[in-house]
Design a protein around this ligand. Structure first.
Ligand code: HEC
Length: 153
């Protein structure tokens, strides 16, 4: 019985590898970037955010293996949709000015990403510089929808 279950799991794992979703890791071209306030801001951004908010995604080995590949694909797709520093001024949707807020709230970069990419954890002086740089580059969101949410958590 035990071996049947293991055999079944192995077969399922093999079969799901043939699902096409999450297998295309061809990055779209870089069309236009924001005017970064400094090279340092850009560097920190690509260290902590670029995999999901640019077209210069580095696809790790595990991103080729389902079902992890599906999750990675989904995150990159959603991340680029929110704002994409490789499509600056070209893509309409641009939540970049909420970056500082997402960092303050600890929402970005996502916790599971930081576990897999420890270099994405930016803290101390670097964090202060990073926040200043993001403000100078993206500005701060004054989206009305965001107001009033401040005390909710
Ligand atoms: C692992 C992929 C990933 C990384 C790395 C990442 N993001 Fe995101 N980001 C997402 C996804 C997915 C969404 C959309 C869904 C959501 O809000 O969780 C998002 C949404 C956002 C938004 C839109 C507002 C919002 O709350 O939805 C902002 C702003 C943002 N990210 C900023 C950043 C910044 C700044 C960094 C780096 C410090 C970063 N992200 C790193 C995946 C990522």
């Amino acid at each position: 019985m035990k071996y049947k279950i293991i055999g079944f799991i192995v077969v399922v794992i093999i079969v799901i590898q043939f699902v096409p979703y999450g297998r295309n890791h061809l990055n779209p071209p870089v069309v236009a970037e924001p005017r970064w306030d400094s090279a340092k801001t850009r560097e920190l951004f690509f260290r902590a955010c670029g995999d999901c908010h640019s077209n210069e995604t580095t696809w790790p080995g595990y991103s080729n293996i389902a079902p992890v590949s599906w999750l990675v694909q989904y995150d990159v797709h959603q991340g680029r949709k929110e704002f994409n520093v490789s499509m600056w001024g070209v893509q309409k949707e641009n939540e970049g000015d909420e970056s500082i807020e997402t960092i303050e709230k600890g929402e970005m970069p996502p916790w599971f990403y930081v576990i897999l990419h420890p270099e994405a954890r930016i803290s101390g002086n670097e964090k202060t510089d990073f926040m200043k740089g993001l403000l100078a580059t993206f500005g701060k969101g004054d989206d009305d929808n965001e107001h009033g949410e401040d005390d909710s958590d």
